[in-house]
Design a protein around this ligand. Structure first.
Ligand code: GLN
Length: 248
């Protein structure tokens, strides 16, 4: 069998890494290695100029408004390269603060900050913060997506953006629309921390499969024994949806 290899760009791990977001990279790497897919991880640090050349999958986590702004400026400086990557079906996973950067703008205090304009959405903010466990039903994953959210931002999708899924529990994009996250080409944005991927193997495999499909024309993945991952997912689902003590 010909060697399959994917290059992951981990954007600014020391700035955007709330609630274990970097665990998503470990999860992607293990799920590739278990299938004999070589995984190269290129970390992009604050002193670096981000490059998407040869990158198959990029990941950006969440963080404070201050860190978000530093990262946004860095990415805006190579904005056309990021846009070409996205338009060319590069896989981009973005969590919370990173998700907010994908849109036209987001609010930092009362200041409207220009975003990367990769996807038709914008973010303002509201009070109170939207905090707690979250469950999302999404076409991307057979199992509901489970995780944790904590954001002041309210994200509003424009007509050309599709939500990642429907909120079954928790708040999602803005606390009122019943929608969570965004899907556009091979971009997946979400408020779900946790980290997102270990308890949601369907989402991890969606990203790997999309990247393989783009690079090799074939995205089929061998099934893995996900007994532990699915048990972790199920426990969260049962606890939140059917638990005796319902969390608010
Ligand atoms: N600073 C952003 C907000 O509060 C994102 C927070 C996060 O990444 N969890 O909306």
């Amino acid at each position: 069998m010909t060697e399959r290899k994917l290059v992951i760009a981990h954007l600014f791990p020391e700035l955007l890494n709330l609630y274990g977001d970097s665990g998503n990279i470990l999860c992607l790497r293990k799920r590739m290695e278990w299938r004999g897919i070589t995984c190269e991880i290129r970390e992009v640090h604050p002193g670096d100029t981000p490059s998407f050349s040869g990158v198959d999958l990029a990941f950006i986590g969440g963080g404070s408004d201050r860190e978000q702004k530093i990262v946004c400026d860095k990415l805006l400086a190579v904005g056309s390269e990021v846009r070409s990557f996205v338009e060319d079906y590069g896989v981009l996973l973005a969590v919370c603060g990173g998700y907010q950067l994908l849109g036209e703008s987001y609010l930092m205090g009362n200041e409207k900050v220009q975003g990367l304009s990769l996807v038709d959405l914008y973010t303002d903010h509201g009070d109170p913060r939207l905090i707690g466990n979250v469950i999302v039903q999404s076409s991307v994953s057979e199992q509901p997506i489970v995780g944790y959210e904590n954001h002041a931002g309210r994200t509003h999708l424009g007509p050309s953006a599709t939500a990642l899924g429907k909120v079954l529990y928790g708040h999602g994009n803005d606390g009122v629309s019943g929608e969570e996250g965004v899907l556009y080409k091979n971009v997946l944005g979400t408020y779900v921390h946790g980290p997102l991927l270990p308890k949601n193997p369907g989402v991890a495999d969606w990203a790997i499969a999309r990247a393989l499909e783009r690079k090799y024309g074939k995205g089929q993945l061998e099934a893995l024994d996900d007994t532990v991952e699915l048990a972790a997912n199920q426990i969260m689902y049962d606890r939140l949806m059917h638990g005796e003590v319902k969390e608010q």
